[in-house]
Design a protein around this ligand. Sequence first.
Ligand code: SAM
Ligand code: SF4
Ligand code: SF4
Length: 300
Amino acid sequence: MKISAFLHFAGFGIKTILLRKKEPILGTIILTDKCNLKCKHCSVNNITAVVHPYEQIRSEMQQLLAMGVRILFFCGGETFLWKDGEKTLKDLVAEAKQMGFLIVNVVTNGTFPIDLPQADLLLLSLDGDKERHNAVRGDTYDTIMENIAHATSDNICFYMAINQINKDAVRSVCELARDTKNVRAVSFNFHTPYPDTRELALSKEEKSECCQVITQMMKEGAPVFNLKSAFPYLINNNFPTPCHQCVVMENGKLSVCGRCIEVPGLCEECGYFFVAEYTLLFRGNVKIIWEMLRTYLKYI
Ligand SMILES: C[S@@+](CC[C@H](N)C(=O)[O-])C[C@H]1O[C@@H](n2cnc3c(N)ncnc32)[C@H](O)[C@@H]1O
Ligand code: SF4
Ligand code: SF4
């Protein structure tokens, strides 16, 4: 991370904590909900299957920038399916950087060839070892591993949503993140139980067991891009929600925190680690501040 970016985030953090501000710093743009997969745990794919046009995405980027957002995520659907005429995802990432976003990350299912060195992080969804990943995501594991091996940059971070199918594969994903070329780290979430996937949710005890495994793997040197001080809050679902410093833009519509804010009661069962990490950070939790500084400077 550049020193100028670090100073910007530090200034934002201090102002937000001291003045209890609710302005956003992290924004996500949904490029499309179209997807080539139909994962068992996912409730947001192929609802409209519209690929949003370039001019619309550009205008959404400008709106987020004007609101103060400096960390931008492109998400989907599948982001690598996005194109408009000659414009591809690569152009969007480069343009976001030119516009003034300080960190630009892309979330992908990894099933398309990976050539995106312009992104700070490519969050690549890997949902377990081969057997369990394929049980969640169809027969995609080998293709993904091939794409990672041939990636043109080492900015990949595994992104695992832990659920009833893959809860015993946390250790193996940590080991793979440590041992795979082009992979920098792994970041976890717990399954967030949308009404159609409630059966995949973990109990408090199961979340606690997963956090014990992740903590042990961190001790053994696995590159985990999460904050262990947030684990007790994630296990007990007692972190503040929603996250006012995060916004999502989908087809011109802005939501605070996530698109899921509209699902009644879901925030009380939220499994997204970033929500716990950011809300605790901006409440001034000293342990989280310290751990975030160390973790972010290590992986971005
Ligand atoms: C919706 S996908 C979009 C990007 C891309 N298609 C992918 O799979 O990475 C973004 C991330 O959300 C995760 N996800 C989907 N449904 C979830 C849920 N109910 N709870 C937690 N994470 C979920 C996916 O596993 C993926 O890592
Ligand atoms: S690849 Fe991503 S968007 Fe597509 S179904 Fe799976 S989780 Fe959902
Ligand atoms: S469930 Fe609520 S708290 Fe969690 S990401 Fe969605 S909007 Fe935010």
